[in-house]
Design a protein around this ligand. Sequence first.
Ligand code: TRP
Length: 324
Amino acid sequence: MRQRVFSGMQPTGIVHLGNLMGALTNWAAMQDDHDCIYCVVDLHAITAPFEPEEMRAARTDLAKAIMAVGVDPDRSLLYRQADVPEHVELMWLLGVDATMGPLGRMTQYKEKSDKAGERFGLFAYPLLQAADILIHRVHAVPVGDDQTQHLELTRDIAERFNNRYGETFPIPDRITPPVGARVSSLQDPTAKMSKSDPNPHAMVGVFEDPDAIMKKFKRAVTDSGSEVRYDWDEKPGISNLLEIFSFFDGRSIDDLVAEYGDQMYGHLKVAVGEAVVEGLRPIRERYEALADDEVEEILSSHAARAREMAQSTIEDVKQAMGLA
Ligand code: TRP
């Protein structure tokens, strides 16, 4: 039996190499042997400061980018979270019993509330995520390390519900993305590439123009010394470049080190930039070929299907709780 999986991405900022290498490529690859449900989690994204008009564009644009990377709407379900209000309904039904302690101890909550203040949306964020996952009764969730805690919480919630009200949810496992999981900032290779980085040279957008991409790679911060070697402790800048190079070029890191080992850093940077520009070209072409009304049509029909599936879970949950 094919496993059913769910994953979500927030429509904040632009889609960058970290998203592509750490998540989206894997989303596309998983379609071969899983039943995939992918979601633009706009209701999570509004827990950070946002502008309505930017959100309106971003929630559809991210879906378009996800399709351009290879998520195929004929094989997978792809929708925007706010189009399926059952996520929020399930969050309440599961959340009433959640205790404050564990939610307050979530790393992401602590970090974000340190910066933005203790707000309910940040606090309840993992409950909504649990509802996302449980509403489709999936077996597995492909997410990065930073989501381990949220997935643990989801499993606890599902177990507690099953114990109290009877077997309702499968307990979902985490799937670690197999491909290029690690992408660092081009300006500080010890930090993750991030949309919120104030330095524009730190991050490379998937749809950025080729000249700008080349410039960013030429300016990438490298390490002291001059030897091209794969070693995250001693040479994080070069290792990051090699990781990105291998992802786009297809050759192994060992092969690349054999070829570029005694060349100057500058040569490596140009070669990586060129491989990235070349590798992004078909994604950009697919993105440009997708018409907005076509995307909108796909997303609304997928949301309708997702709602049907979600409603059947809500029905079972309400039955179990004596609410139906
Ligand atoms: N919190 C996830 C992140 O920041 C996004 C997300 C929301 C998600 N709901 C989800 C991921 C459900 C997996 C499953 O990456």
